[in-house]
Design a binder for this molecule. Structure first.
Ligand SMILES: Cc1cc2nc3c(=O)[nH]c(=O)nc-3n(C[C@H](O)[C@H](O)[C@H](O)COP(=O)(O)OP(=O)(O)OC[C@H]3O[C@@H](n4cnc5c(N)ncnc54)[C@H](O)[C@@H]3O)c2cc1C
Length: 518
């Protein structure tokens, strides 16, 4: 039995049995089985849109042994290595935050034999789903169950895109994909070029992952907040959790970047963060049919859910403008982590069959441009929070301040379309006056440029504020990966400022704690 890897072009209509038969004929094989290693839609020529696949062919008639470096089999071997890291340990580890940057270290540390306690300030995912549904019906915010808070972390009610721009994380990424597959993710995430899970799959997968950890003996506590830490002689001596003092040998803290009280507690305890480049802007919404037409030249394609886009305005200098976190067939959601701010984000279901497409359009910059050279981390946080609060005052409730892209470009009113996916209503607002002028200028140029790249882009609307595409602060890490000067505190994921997105945050959680379990 031998193997061969090849790339193959497949028509959109082709059924599996068809392309497999064609491939056997082409390779002159009587017997063969196939594993898809990668699949991506090639829509560069609108009249020849097709799937491009990389396929591993097994056959007794093949004499070569070609394996892809990162094949599933090799990954399983690696997982076994993770597991054998060495029997039960007495040491207690606290993992804070149930997003990917807390989940994956909790799994790895549990496998390595540590006694893991895993806490999350929000609700379990079933209650969280109900809280979000109530919020979207009534506009009444629920602090422990919202788009930023609760089991699964920020990305649970999301599009669940599993793409990442982080480099050098292939091993961690494989681990994460494999864990998601075991938790019930669709098989295609193993090979699709742009895989995504959708909120509906994430909901059941989050429950399955919790059960797995519970059965493995992890102590899981919801509505449980790390309120403070007592740090002495370069170590966390104890943690204040829901008013009680508890002691752990190590603390893995994966708080995300939305919960300012956690950031402030860390800054008060002397943990070193430095301001970093981050991005602000809006969320653009369009009819999905308009995006399909622009990308494919027609409103639908057989076997393909909805067209995606990723746009960058390369003409900008220091202020780079780009689209981010596109949700085809999705919904713009009220993603505030607290009652006093107005923030939007995007999500979609696995089917991606909603009538709208949305994506952030953001401009990156360094906070020193607005706060003077070398600004203090706390000042950056207050500045950002001030803007998020300002967007709440624009409507007084959780309606989203919004305007049409045409109005934004012309800087004068033009009526909003009546239809939107945003559940709590829009309030027509002069968004071009609501962020610092250089950011607005750059976004305006970016919108012109996007309109020339994607036909009809200027027909969309903008909703504000989009402030969570990345963290404004970055943790100063020591050589072991622990927070500088605190040898047993590992701050991971988006809140550390070293990662962003589901895969990259999960990978950062694994890498940053690897010295404990590998
Ligand atoms: C609506 C939405 C859609 C998104 N879509 C995508 C997408 O499609 N693809 C993608 O890659 N990324 C997406 N993201 C971003 C992605 O979710 C985040 O990058 C990722 O979840 C970060 O993981 P994390 O574990 O670092 O933090 P988080 O997921 O933010 O988790 C942090 C958790 O810690 C808890 N916490 C904070 N402080 C404390 C404390 N003191 N005590 C106890 N618990 C605490 C919080 O309640 C939270 O649940 C989306 C985000 C949102 C909000």
């Amino acid at each position: 039995m031998g193997n061969r890897i090849l790339t193959h072009k497949i028509s959109l209509e082709a059924l599996d049995a068809q392309w497999q038969r064609d491939l056997k004929r082409k390779l002159k094989l009587k017997e063969a089985s196939f594993v898809i290693l990668q699949k991506s839609l090639d829509a560069r020529k609108k009249n020849q849109i097709h799937w491009q696949m990389q396929i591993l062919v097994h056959s007794p008639e093949i004499t070569t042994e070609e394996w892809k470096q990162e094949s599933r089999q090799l990954l399983e071997d690696r997982l076994e290595n993770f597991r054998s890291a060495g029997g039960a340990k007495q040491e207690k580890v606290l993992v804070v935050g149930s997003g990917p940057a807390g989940l994956f270290p909790a799994l790895a540390l549990n496998r390595a034999g540590y006694q893991v306690t895993w806490i999350e300030r929000g609700q379990p995912v079933e209650e969280r789903r109900d809280s979000i549904a109530r919020f979207e019906q009534t506009g009444r915010f629920e602090a422990l169950g919202n788009y930023a808070t609760g089991e699964g972390g920020a990305g649970t009610f999301s599009d669940g895109k599993l793409t990442s721009r982080s480099k050098g994380i292939s091993r961690e990424k494989e681990f994460i994909i494999n864990r998601y597959l075991k938790a019930g993710a669709p098989q295609e995430i193993a090979w699709l070029n742009h895989p995504h899970l959708g909120s509906d799959n994430l909901f059941s997968m989050t429950q399955n992952l919790r059960r797995e950890l519970q059965e493995a003996g992890v102590d899981i506590r919801f509505r449980t907040t790390l309120e403070d830490m007592i740090i002495k002689q370069g170590k966390v001596q104890s943690c204040i959790i829901n008013g009680q003092e508890e002691t752990y040998g190590r603390v893995v803290l994966a708080p995300g970047h939305s919960h300012y009280p956690t950031y402030r507690m860390l800054l008060n305890r002397g943990i070193l963060f430095r301001p970093k480049v981050f991005a602000l802007g809006f969320r653009a919404e369009h009819p999905q049919s308009l995006i399909n037409l622009a990308q494919w030249g027609r409103e639908s394609l057989p076997g393909v859910k909805a067209a995606e886009y990723r746009l960058t305005d390369k003409s900008q200098g220091t202020h780079r403008v780009y689209s981010f976190c596109m949700c085809p067939g999705g919904q713009v959601v009220p993603a505030a982590p607290s009652e006093d701010v107005n923030i939007v984000n995007g999500m979609s279901l696995y089917r991606r069959d909603g009538r709208f497409a949305n994506a952030a359009v953001v401009c990156s910059f360094h906070p020193s441009e607005y706060l003077g050279p070398d600004p203090d981390a706390g000042a950056v946080l207050s500045w950002l929070e001030g803007l998020e609060r300002h967007f709440k005052t624009l409507t007084g409730d959780f309606r989203a301040p919004a305007c049409s892209i045409k109005a934004f470009l012309a800087q004068t009113g033009s009526p909003l379309p009546r239809e939107t996916s945003y559940p709590l209503g829009l309030k027509e607002t002069d968004l071009w006056n609501q962020l610092p002028a250089p950011i607005i200028r750059a976004i305006r140029d970016g919108l012109y440029s996007f309109s020339s790249m994607l036909r009809g882009y200027e027909e969309g609307i903008l909703l504000g504020l989009e402030s969570k595409s990345s963290a404004p602060l970055q943790l100063v890490r020591g050589p072991s990966g622990a927070a500088e000067g605190v040898e047993n505190l590992f701050i991971t994921g988006e809140g550390s400022g070293w990662a962003g997105g589901i895969i990259s945050s999960g990978a950062d959680g694994l890498r940053n704690t690897a010295s404990l379990w590998e």
